[in-house]
Design a protein. Sequence first.
Length: 130
Amino acid sequence: MLGAGAALVAAAVVGVRWWGEWRRVLERSAVVEAREQVQRGGETYRARCASCHEEDGGTGPRLTGAVLGAYGSPQRLFDYTRLAMPYDAPGALSPGEYWDVVAFMASSRRLVTEPLVLTPQSAAGLAWSE
């Protein structure tokens, strides 16, 4: 028969193991969600942004890591993009679509080092890693 102390230790060990497994599930979910956001953002970027920013003769600058890094943070890039882009229809995308595009640009230009779903809450206080 286990004493109260041994039972408490056994429960703690089970709890630690359970939390470790649960944390791994949550981390995998966050990585999958971040990849999905980047994928959505890439689709929107190609449909709404690339004709001006990626093609020769486009009306906007190429959006290199240096250009985007000059904004200093995902929030500042989101704010500018939401207010000014697409050039012919500023504000035409939903807030979620703008965050998706910012996530795509940050990921594809290697401004973020880890998968992260960008939202107003997650972007608060973040600065580019460059």
